[in-house]
Design a protein around this ligand. Structure first.
Ligand code: GTP
Ligand code: MG
Length: 716
């Protein structure tokens, strides 16, 4: 009907125009037409109840079809009119007056076309007059991005607002609670602040745990550590009389296994750790959750890198070490040598006046195993390990993994209380209801007490090894706390917590963030190592305790880097350098590595960093490294090293060091750099060159020439 009416109207108007050929009349005809069409459209929309005065954009949105259809139809009608009009224009082109008017007429049509769109939109949308008062909740610190998301505004808008308020922060930087509140309220938001630990405190208070109950003895948690293939898994197999070794891929352990055995009516929980170099973090974790470490040393192999690493982890965690010298059935063994090697790391047998129990065993011949077990029981008795065995449990996660058909499986050890099937737990960033408890033989249990390793099902996600599991009352609250922890974890992840370094040391001491400075020291000689160690130890004062976690001769390797990361230490290289794999870890974990060649500088720098006087200071910056590939003698320059630049740029007029197997053997200056018989000032990475060293002829193939500069740096 509407379509027909419109067509009729158009025809009638055009007929009139043809007849009278007068612009005024044409204009009024068009006006009339638009009025009609508008009225009709309005009427149609009203009919559909689309248009309402209290239009809210979210609830009642115009059906896009109706608007666009109406627009299209109107435009179509106009076009036909325009075409007709053009014909008329041609007919009466001679008449000047008409021509002028036709321009005006076109303008009018444009105006009308614009207005038609405007009118529709004007009637369609009423902007809300009052700002909607939103409520937002902020926990602890919040990043700019997170705050803008919570407010539902663009982060750029928030950054701009803050900038005007004199706060210059980027998108991933975090705001303090009061600042976030101030800005949010300034922007018309109602802020609910949830203070640190508020949720956690409330949920932890609401636990049924009777501290007045009597403590009971608990089984010791014993971690077996040592170098790869020294017989850790074989020993546990022998104790458990199973054969795990045969089932392991490539015969090496790649995860922490937890087992529990009963000997002379006494229980012991064993944790098997991997010995391969790649599993440092697992070994560190093993040492942290244990009561006793059994250090396995193969009699034929002796003290190896991961043996040393295991000692360092155990000493860092302050856990007693029982040494088990394994494979004594082998021929070429030297136990004396092992004892001497271990002595270097303060592991001394009781017979020699030390504190460690030494046991000789052969897993293969099942020899000495009973003696070892008795020693473990004796050591645990000395430790007087006891805990509360009733009440809501707390435990620690050893491992977690996804298993087909079972879902998220977590191996845990209960530390205190009793864990029951159906308990609601909070575990690190996860929560859940315990669906099943199984022991290592896959037997279902209804409850489990302290020190017994079990597999549990029912957590919302994979927890991290080392996470604490706590039984709580309310699942809803546990979920809230888990969410809060996740949010906090994300913030921590984004803000990339700064590792300890000498520059931020003083600030951290002042803020009471640290009271200890851990150092891993590597040196090129035993003499300098001892001198530096004793000088550094003397620097400890009442606010900062300086611990030398490890002090060894030789290059800085992967193990040092991993140890520095887990113990939050700085690494000091005295006339030694880090190898490639160590460098990678140091870079990735943002560790503080410092090289020194003068003891005086080393001691002074640590001293001034402790007392906050590190500024201004100088730092050595390595410009480039060149590897010596060949040596030849030139009559003019003497010995020339044919080199390849393997890192950075080699520049003239800078001091150099010569490194042989990552140890500094010479310090001096460059005499000449040549490329294709031409003297050059610098050579870049990946290029070959000939290097002459001033007053030094003892250069050898595979030596590294390190060019460095002394840089003045400001304190952070
Ligand atoms: P990773 O888990 O990879 O660190 O090794 P591991 O320390 O667990 O060593 P594993 O138990 O896998 O044993 C390594 C090899 O040493 C196996 O082939 C064992 O059979 C052998 N072995 C273990 N104990 C003895 C022993 O007392 N005598 C001899 N001759 N061989 C042994
Ligand atoms: Mg093993």
């Amino acid at each position: 009907m509407r379509k027909k009416d419109l067509k009729k109207d158009i025809k009638k108007n055009i007929y009139n125009m043809d007849q009278k050929n007068s612009f005024k009349k044409k204009k009024s005809a068009f006006n009339k037409f638009f009025k009609n069409s508008k009225k009709k459209n309005k009427h149609n929309l009203n009919k559909k109840n689309i248009q309402s005065k209290n239009f809210s954009l979210k609830k009642n949105v115009y059906p896009k079809d109706s608007i666009s259809n109406i627009k299209k139809k109107n435009v179509k009608n106009f076009k036909t009119i325009l075409n007709k009009n053009n014909k008329l224009k041609k007919n009466s082109i001679k008449k000047k007056k008409y021509y002028k008017n036709s321009i005006r007429f076109k303008k009018n049509i444009k105006y009308l076309r614009k207005n038609i769109n405007k009118n529709f939109l004007k009637q369609a949308f009423h902007k809300p007059k009052n700002v909607i008062n939103k409520k937002i909740t902020i926990f602890d610190q919040i990043t700019v991005l997170e705050l803008s998301n919570k407010m539902g505004i663009k982060s750029s808008v928030l950054i701009q607002k803050m900038f005007h308020a004199g706060i210059n922060l980027s998108i991933n930087q975090s705001l303090k609670l009061d600042l976030a509140q101030l800005i949010s309220e300034e922007m018309g938001f109602q802020v609910k602040l949830i203070h640190k630990n508020f949720l956690e405190e409330s949920i932890m208070k609401d636990r049924n745990f009777n501290l007045s109950q009597k403590k009971n003895l608990r089984p010791p948690i014993v971690t077996v550590m040592g170098h790869v293939d020294h017989g850790k898994t074989s020993l546990l197999d022998c104790i458990r009389k199973t054969s795990t070794v045969l089932k392991e891929k490539g015969g090496i352990t790649q995860s922490i296994g937890a087992y529990h055995v009963k000997i002379n009516n006494k229980r012991i929980t064993f944790l098997d750790t991997p010995g391969h170099a790649a599993f440092t973090s697992m070994r560190a974790r093993g040492a942290q959750i244990t009561d006793i470490v059994v250090l396995i040393v193969a009699a034929d192999d002796g003290v190896m890198p991961q043996t040393i690493e295991a000692i360092q982890h155990a000493q860092f965690a302050k856990v007693p070490i029982i040494v088990a010298i394994n494979k004594i059935d082998k021929n070429n063994i030297n136990i004396e040598k092992i004892n001497n090697e271990l002595m270097k790391y303060n592991i001394l047998s009781e017979e020699l006046g030390g504190e460690n129990i030494f046991v000789k065993i052969s897993v293969k011949l099942n020899k000495g195993i009973k003696n070892l077990l008795n020693s473990i029981l004796l050591q645990s008795e000395m430790l007087e390990l006891s805990t509360y065995s009733k009440g809501m449990a707390t435990g620690i996660v050893i491992e977690s993994f996804l298993e087909k058909g079972r879902g998220i499986v977590s191996t845990i050890i209960v530390k205190e209380g009793e864990l029951k099937k159906g308990d609601i737990v909070l575990c690190g960033l996860e929560y859940g209801k315990i669906k099943s408890i199984k022991n290592e033989h896959q037997k279902d249990l209804l409850k489990v007490g302290p020190s017994i390793p079990v597999e549990i099902l029912g957590l919302s996600g994979l927890p991290f090894a080392g996470d604490i599991l706590t039984v709580v009352r309310s699942e809803k609250k546990a979920k809230e706390v888990a969410l809060y922890r996740k949010e906090k974890y994300k913030q921590k992840f984004f803000s990339k917590q700064k590792k300890i370094n000498l520059e931020n040391l003083f600030d951290n001491i002042n803020k009471k963030n640290i009271s200890e400075l851990n150092i891993i020291l590597k040196s090129n000689s035993k003499g300098s190592l001892e001198a530096i160690s004793s000088a550094i130890k003397k620097l400890s004062h009442k606010e900062v305790n300086i611990n030398i976690i490890s002090a060894n001769v030789g290059r800085i390797n992967e193990t040092d880097a991993y140890l520095a990361n887990t113990s939050n230490s700085i690494i000091i290289g005295f006339n030694v350098r880090a190898d490639i794999s160590a460098k990678k870890i140091i870079k990735k974990e943002n560790l503080d590595l410092r090289y020194y060649s003068v003891i005086y500088n080393l001691i002074n720098e640590i001293k001034s960093s402790i007392y906050g006087m590190l500024s201004p200071k100088y730092k050595q910056e390595v410009l480039g490294l060149a590897e010596v590939r060949s040596i030849f003698k030139s009559p003019k320059f003497g010995f020339i090293a044919g080199c390849m630049v393997i890192e950075g740029i080699i520049k003239r007029n800078h001091p150099i060091r010569i490194l042989r197997d990552h140890l500094v053997i010479y310090e001096g200056e460059l005499e000449s750099i040549r490329r294709f018989k031409e003297d050059v000032k610098k050579v870049r990475h990946g290029t070959e060159c000939g290097i002459g060293i001033k007053n030094y002829n003892d250069i050898k193939v595979n030596d590294i020439i390190e060019v460095y500069k002394i840089k003045k740096i400001k304190r952070l």
